[in-house]
Write a protein that binds this ligand. Structure first.
Ligand code: AMP
Ligand code: MG
Length: 392
């Protein structure tokens, strides 16, 4: 056998980089916020208003001068009321207060709040404060953001809380990157769609569902090609069908088996960027091109395909680094020779524990796991040491 003309056993970082390099740079479009979940911001977003727009109360209670209340219990005269949307405009004098509600503006002369739980009505015009009023319960004008301030930077993916923030800044629409269009195909003679009875030797197609959901979370447009049997002609037809997409993502048929035709096709008739990544699970993945179309072939094992997506494909599609944190290991985590290991793990009380069953076919492990613990080649972790965890 002659040596292959493409790299084999690339590192996790190289795999990510080589995939990202094949993806096109997309243009920009403006979309309503309701259609922007998961999309990538194409420009900085500045606040059109300040928030809060005026100094306001964080609680229901009374607003007064802090200095009048330091010797609490004290009694103050109630001279008015400030409601959200209906402020009290006049000046409050020494010994006076106004009733105030959450989100309502303070009025001139007041600087502190006493919550309703610490008040007793003395009569219709006086309240008794059981504790001093606090400046901490005042939300200063612009405490969240000031008008004109750039609050979100281009390149960020729009999560639900970021979308809420864009709305609070005053925008009904955002400029985002045009979605990457990703064609998705599962392969395997034994693979069938759920919802039909299973014949002996068959398995339900979980990869199409999991990968499609992950692609949507990444803000991609999914072109669902369905499923192809292990036949070169059927796979070639699907490769043609995917031609208009920015990327074809396949699962199955890329390892060493006799019926792994996805790998054979790319090696013999396409161009291969790499085959095999130094990681487990997911080692046999392949990256190549078919008539210019980038093709990323994930392994068929359900855990392998979803883990390679999380670790390699997602950061390449979104341009965002993996979100990892260091946690204390509650159990030891083995290292693998020549590979980065991604162990499924559960997190409890700030410690991370290895999940008992690590087989690549045990999909429940991924559903139960909170994190993937990454252990670099040859750097085993003892219980009590810190590890890098990728939260799922
Ligand atoms: P392969 O990578 O094609 O050799 O497949 C490896 C294992 O993953 C086999 O046990 C397959 O039955 C299983 N498998 C392949 N594709 C899928 C899929 N789409 N959904 C669930 N399991 C799959
Ligand atoms: Mg297969």
């Amino acid at each position: 056998m002659t040596a292959p003309s493409f790299p084999m056993f690339v590192s996790v970082e190289d795999a990510r980089h080589l995939l990202a390099r094949l993806l096109p740079v997309k243009g920009e479009e403006t979309v309503p916020l309701a259609a922007a979940l998961g999309r990538t911001l194409a420009q900085d977003v500045a606040a059109l208003v300040s928030h809060p727009s005026a100094t306001e109360s964080a609680l229901d209670g009374i607003a007064c001068r802090e200095a009048d209340t330091l010797a609490a219990p004290v009694t103050l005269r109630v001279v008015g009321e400030s409601r959200a949307g209906q402020p009290f405009g006049a000046q409050v004098q020494a010994g006076e207060c106004i009733r105030i509600y959450t989100g309502a503006p303070l009025c001139p002369g007041t600087d502190a709040i006493c919550p309703v739980e610490q008040l007793e009505d003395v009569d219709a015009h006086h309240v008794r404060l059981l504790r001093p009023a606090s400046r901490g319960d005042v939300r200063p004008e612009g405490g969240d953001f000031h008008a004109g301030e750039v609050v979100l930077k281009a390149g960020l993916p729009l999560t639900p809380s970021r979308l809420a923030l864009v709305a609070a800044l005053g925008h009904a629409e955002v400029k985002v990157k045009v979605r990457l269009s990703v064609a998705l195909l599962s392969t395997g003679d034994e693979v069938v769609a759920p919802g039909t009875p299973l014949q002996p030797g068959q398995v339900y197609d979980s990869n199409s569902v999991g990968l499609s959901a992950m692609l949507q979370e990444c803000g991609c447009e999914v072109v669902a090609l369905g499923h192809a049997p292990d036949r070169p002609d059927a796979l070639k037809a699907m490769l043609r069908e995917a031609g208009g997409a920015d990327l074809l993502l396949t699962s199955g048929g890329v390892s060493m088996g006799r019926y792994d035709f996805m790998r054979d096709l790319l090696v013999e008739h396409g161009e291969v960027e790499f085959w095999k990544i130094r990681m487990r699970p997911g080692g046999p993945a392949i990256l190549g091109r078919w008539n210019g179309l980038p093709v990323f072939g994930l392994p068929g094992n359900p855990v392998s395909s979803l883990v390679v997506f999380q670790v390699i494909v997602k950061p390449a599609l979104t341009g965002q680094p993996l979100r990892t944190l260091r946690l204390k290991a509650g159990t030891p985590f083995k290292a693998l020779p020549d590979k980065t290991a991604f162990w499924r793990a559960t997190v409890l009380n700030g410690e991370v524990y290895e999940y008992a069953r690590q087989g690549s076919g045990v999909l429940r492990s991924l559903s139960d796991a909170d994190a993937l613990v990454s252990v670099p080649e040859g750097q085993a972790v003892q219980a009590g040491e810190s590890v890098e965890a990728l939260l799922l």
